[in-house]
Design a protein around this ligand. Structure first.
Ligand code: PMV
Length: 323
């Protein structure tokens, strides 16, 4: 296994860990129903600091356990009956924006809790992080948590590549694999509209239950499989075409939003393609910039009211911050 996939060692509190955010390139929503997904970790990290405390608090808030379901779920599943902890979290990712803030918080916190209770190998960290996110959200795939645990480019439910691990839920076994980073720069832009992943996932589930649902899901599957192959070949033209096709499908299942469509339109003169990324219904878009037009793309997205970030895939997944 490469160094980035090393186990999390056993250490005593106080401890700190960080995890990257993520950006879904192909297959969000369809992945929940067994279709393939391609995701990469982005260099916008979340870092947590954990010390022993007199009561358990999050960011100096005595009510943090009640208010934050991800924190609550991590305490239940990875810190069962251990002494109280003070947790501080700092993130460069906007919350509820489709860029993986909850997955990064969960993976970093789970790395700390697992380290303080004897250490953990990476496949178990990925499973534990998924169980915790699932415990908080009630629905969803392991795409986000596995990506921020693994770093780099990751596929779920197929698409070839080196097998990393399998993640189990009551209804599925999800195969998670590594795909080589083609080395491109990407631009993401947050629309400023926060939304609930769980509600968007449920709405798409209801849409896919209609008579044309299976045919739509087949289209999602085809686009993601072809997209993963095109990324592996480094074929930008085909990737761009499939990003546009994936956006049409996401529009069809009802998770686009006028603000996202405005950002996608604004990106056109400086991007080979753009689509929503994550659960949609607000959240963010991802664009593949026309080479040399990265800064023009950033300006266009900002003028259209987005909060743009130039992102590079982060090769590193969740890790302890030591020293
Ligand atoms: O919650 P978000 O916006 O980071 O994205 C979740 C991606 C979905 O496919 C919609 C849900 C999932 O768990 O895979």
């Amino acid at each position: 296994m490469s160094e980035g996939l090393a186990a999390i060692p056993s250490r005593a509190l106080p401890l700190s860990a960080r995890a990257p955010g993520k950006c879904i390139v192909f297959g969000e929503h369809a992945v929940v129903h067994g279709a393939p997904e391609l995701v990469f970790a982005i260099d916008l990290p979340t870092q947590v600091f954990v010390t022993s405390g007199r009561t358990t608090r999050l960011n100096a808030d005595d009510d943090g356990v009640r208010k934050n379901s991800y924190f609550r779920s991590a305490l239940e599943l990875a810190w069962n009956a251990q002494p109280p902890v003070e947790v501080r979290a700092i993130s460069r990712i906007p919350k509820a924006a489709g860029l993986g803030s909850s997955a990064a918080f969960v993976a970093a916190l789970t790395a700390v809790f697992s380290s303080a209770t004897g250490g953990v190998d990476r496949p178990t960290l990925a499973q534990r992080s998924f169980d915790i996110e699932r415990g908080a959200q009630g629905v969803g795939s392991p795409g986000d948590t596995s990506t921020v645990v693994a770093g780099g480019f990751v596929t779920v439910n197929g698409g070839g590549g080196e097998p990393l691990w399998s993640i189990r839920s009551p209804e599925h076994v999800w195969e998670v694999r590594r795909v080589t980073d083609p080395g491109w720069v990407w631009v993401v832009a947050y629309s400023g509209i926060r939304r609930s992943t769980a509600e968007a996932v449920k709405a798409v589930g209801a849409r896919l239950d209609r008579p044309d649902g299976p045919a739509l899901l087949d289209e999602f599957r085809r686009v993601a499989n072809d997209g993963i192959e095109a990324v592996r070949r480094g074929d930008r033209g085909t990737v761009a075409e499939l990003l546009r096709k994936n956006q049409e499908l996401l529009r069809e299942v009802g998770v686009s939003h006028p603000r996202l469509e405005a950002l996608i339109e604004a990106a056109k003169p400086a991007a080979e393609a753009a689509k929503l990324t994550g659960a949609g219904a607000g959240g963010s878009v991802v664009a593949l910039p026309t080479p040399g037009k990265e800064m023009e793309l950033v300006r266009r997205l900002a003028r259209a009211g987005g909060l743009p970030f130039v992102v590079r895939p982060s090769p590193d997944g969740a890790s302890l911050v030591e020293g």
